[in-house]
Design a protein around this ligand. Structure first.
Ligand SMILES: [Mn+2]
Length: 323
C-alpha cells in the first residue's frame, strides 16, 4: 500500500528544494492545514515552498491562511521554479480539479483515503489516520525534532478537529487525541479554532442551512434524508456554494437517519453529490459507482445534470433499506 516510510519522506524533503504543495479541489480544513503546516515547516528549514490550490479558500476557513484566499500556482513569484511536487489529502487525479494535469508530476502524496489512487512516484496512505494532518504531523515532528511552532500546531489542530467533527466521529482514535494533546502543548489555539470551525457562520451560510431544513425529504422509513440545492435556489436566496458546506451535516443529524445525501448544482451545471453514513453503509462504495470516492462515513461524486436524479435514486436504492 505504501512505498515510502515517514523516515524516507523526511530524507526526501531534506534533500530537495523548491516545493509545490497541492491541496485537493474545494479545499477543506484538512487539506489546507496539512498543506500550510508543511509549507511553514519547509520554509523554517530554509527551503522554498508554495501552495497550489486550484479553488479559493472558503471564507469560513480563511482564518487558517491569515485572510488570504487565492493560492493559485501563478500566485508564486515569477522566478520560482518548482522541483519537488507534493500533494496532501488528495485521493485521486480528479481531486486535483483544474490542476489535474499536474497529478502525473507528483513526487510524493500523503493521504488517508482508503480509495487513494496511486498516482504519484512515492505515496504514503494511512486509512486509519483520522486526518491527513496526522500523517503530516509525524513528518513535521520528525523534521523539526519535536520543535513544532505555535503556528504549525494551530494549522494541524484545525485539520484534525475538522476531519473528526470536533473529535466526535468514529475515525477519532487514541492517536488522534494524543496528537491533539501534543499540539495544544505546542500552543495550538484550540478554543478559537473550534469556534471558527464549528460555531461561527456567515448569515448566508445560516440561510443555506435554513433552506435545507425547510426542504429536506426522507425515504426508506426515515433512514435516508436528502435535499437538493439548485443554481436557481442559490440565486433566489442569495447563498453561494461555500455557504452550503455544512448542509449535509444539518440533514444527517435527524434522529433515525442512517444515510444523508446532499445534491448541489454547481455553477458549471454539474451536480455535486455529498453523502454521509452513520456507520452501517459504506458510502464511498456508493459514490464510486459514479466515479467518486471518499471514506466509509463521508464520500462524494459529481454527475452531469442529465444523470442527477437517476444517480440520487440509484444511491438510495443501493443503500438497500426497505420502505
Ligand atoms: Mn482529509
Amino acid at each position: 500500500m505504501n512505498n515510502i516510510t515517514i523516515h524516507g519522506i523526511c530524507k526526501a524533503l531534506m534533500k530537495n528544494d523548491n516545493f509545490l504543495v497541492f491541496t485537493h479541489e474545494n479545499p477543506d480544513a484538512d487539506t489546507i492545514g496539512s498543506c500550510f503546516a508543511l509549507i511553514v515547516t519547509l520554509r523554517l528549514l530554509g527551503k522554498t515552498a508554495y501552495p497550489a490550490c486550484c479553488d479559493r479558500i472558503p471564507a469560513s476557513l480563511a482564518f487558517m491562511t491569515e485572510g488570504d484566499r487565492e493560492f493559485h500556482i501563478d500566485n508564486a513569484p515569477a522566478d520560482f521554479t518548482p522541483e519537488y511536487y507534493v500533494s496532501v489529502d488528495v485521493a485521486s487525479t480528479a481531486q486535483f480539479g483544474s490542476y489535474r494535469d499536474y497529478a502525473s508530476r507528483i513526487d510524493l502524496s500523503l493521504d488517508h483515503h482508503a480509495t487513494h489512487e496511486n498516482f504519484s512516484k512515492y505515496y504514503l496512505t494511512d486509512p486509519h489516520a483520522a486526518a491527513c494532518a496526522e500523517i503530516v504531523y509525524h513528518v513535521i515532528d520528525r523534521l523539526l525534532n519535536g520543535k513544532i511552532t505555535e503556528k504549525i500546531a494551530s494549522l494541524l489542530y484545525a485539520a484534525l478537529a475538522a476531519d473528526t467533527g470536533g473529535f466526535r466521529y468514529a475515525n477519532t482514535t487514541p492517536v488522534t487525541h494524543k496528537i491533539a494533546a501534543n499540539l495544544i502543548e505546542k500552543g495550538a489555539s484550540h478554543a478559537e479554532i473550534c469556534r471558527n470551525l464549528f460555531e461561527c457562520k456567515t448569515k448566508t451560510a445560516l440561510a443555506a442551512e435554513a433552506f435545507a431544513m425547510a426542504n429536506v425529504s426522507y425515504c426508506c422509513g426515515g433512514k435516508i434524508s436528502y435535499v437538493t440545492i439548485t443554481k436557481a435556489d442559490k440565486q433566489a436566496h442569495g447563498f453561494e456554494d461555500e455557504d452550503t458546506y455544512d448542509v449535509i451535516n444539518v440533514i444527517r443529524r435527524v434522529d433515525g437517519v442512517k444515510v444523508a445525501i446532499f445534491m448541489r448544482e454547481k455553477d458549471d451545471g454539474t451536480f455535486k453529490i455529498s453523502t454521509r453514513s452513520a456507520g452501517e453503509i459504506d458510502v464511498s462504495k456508493l459514490c464510486a459507482i459514479f466515479g467518486g470516492g471518499g471514506h466509509a462515513g463521508a464520500a462524494g461524486c459529481s454527475v452531469t445534470p442529465e444523470m442527477a436524479e437517476s444517480a440520487l435514486q440509484r444511491i438510495i436504492k443501493e443503500c438497500g433499506f426497505h420502505e
